[in-house]
Design a protein around this ligand. Sequence first.
Ligand code: HAX
Length: 445
Amino acid sequence: MDQLKARFKEKALPMASELKAFVKANAGVKIDSVSVAQVFTGMKGVKSLITETSQLSADHGIRFRGYSIPELKKVLPQANGDTEPLPEGIFWLMLTGDLPTADEVAWLSKEWANRSDVPQHVFDVLDTFPTDAHPMTQFSVAILSLQTTSVFAAAYKDGINKKEYWDPMYEDAMNLIAKLPRIAAYIYRRSFHNGEHIAPDKNLDWAANFAQMMGVKDPEFKSLMRLYLTIHADHEGGNASAHSTHLTGSTLSDVYYSLSSGMNALAGPLHGLANQEVIRWVLNMRKELGKDRPSQDEIRQYVIDTLDGGRVVPGYGHAVLRIPDPRFTAQLEYCKAHFPDDELVNVIWDIYAVAPAVIKEKKPNVKSPNPNVDAHSGATLMHYGVTEYNFYTVLFGVSRALGVLASLCWDRALGFGIERPKSVTIDMLQQLVAASKETEAESVA
Ligand code: HAX
């Protein structure tokens, strides 16, 4: 170990346990209006952001402009012959607060198709990457490389009035969303299918064209993609990908810089990458146990071993939700309707049957041991032959762009300023806690 690293270790590691004990002892003490525990957990639960597009309730799950997922499935327009909503509809709803008509959704499909051509330099940038570079790295870089086309950045350079920011922001958001399926499919085909690309079909809707360009043969996959890209679209404003996008945008960075930031946050295993981690974890379990359909007792023991190894059980737990994630339930219902006997899907359901109780028992401080969206999505994709699990978070990212970019349009229309929370040093925090306790003692006396 080099001398600088050794010095850092000597300072930081004892501080970590000291600080943990301090936070535990003073969790409820208020510093200004937030508690010590909230200072240490990324301001969890502190109401300090405005997000119009959706709202998350701990006990009921996500509502997009007031509509739950089962309600959306009834009220959003669908493609001919399909029973799943078109993601164009949820974007319209999130951006305007109004349910779109079938004609409005058809217009949006066409509009995105018209804006979907990707400049050659984006493919050239991607082609400099080794094909085994993580797809999320490629995705983020491809989004960033499109920044050269930003209407907002050009308008800002030309001295646009701040009251007009929303307009070029909207143009950029529409352009970027339109291009994401082509970019994502390009990454998929170059990484996993020898670079044999499939041309877009501009007559298809946004999700169906994406499914087509990925090269998945089963026509039913288009239907799954419509559902998938709808339910992953937004989860109010405080989650890491939405917040990163919003924070970067608050400096008047354009949508390309902002979404790339958001995607870098989504790429973490505690957030969107959990969808790949779930399948990696399940496949490792099958391999280690030497069977494709382990018993529930064997699964229970595997969960225990994971927790004893100081690792998380991917796909379980949530920072806000305290119930099984309605996005998990939507996928469960889709699989029950379409392929209830799929072996891997049944393993996912067996994990659901045993994991929450084990997690709760082994980690009594867990706020919710329930499955989240990522517990189910990989197995659903595997059914259609999309087995390359490193790609799963890109699919999530294409969908998440709908919510966070609709929100960026609102941020600029409402004239939100630059974000700047206050940080304190540990010394300062300890002094503030002491002062707060002193004031409380005086007021009691
Ligand atoms: N497995 C093991 N331990 C878990 C756990 C899990 N699935 N979920 C929470 N815990 C642990 C936490 O690590 C924490 O441990 P320490 O006290 O040792 O620090 C304790 O339980 C309390 O955590 P919490 O307050 O209930 O949850 P957090 O808000 O801190 O974390 C996470 C929420 C989602 C990050 C967490 O539940 C987790 O790590 N889950 C597994 C990864 C995952 O599935 N992430 C995807 C979440 C949904 C999402 O964003 N999708 O994109």
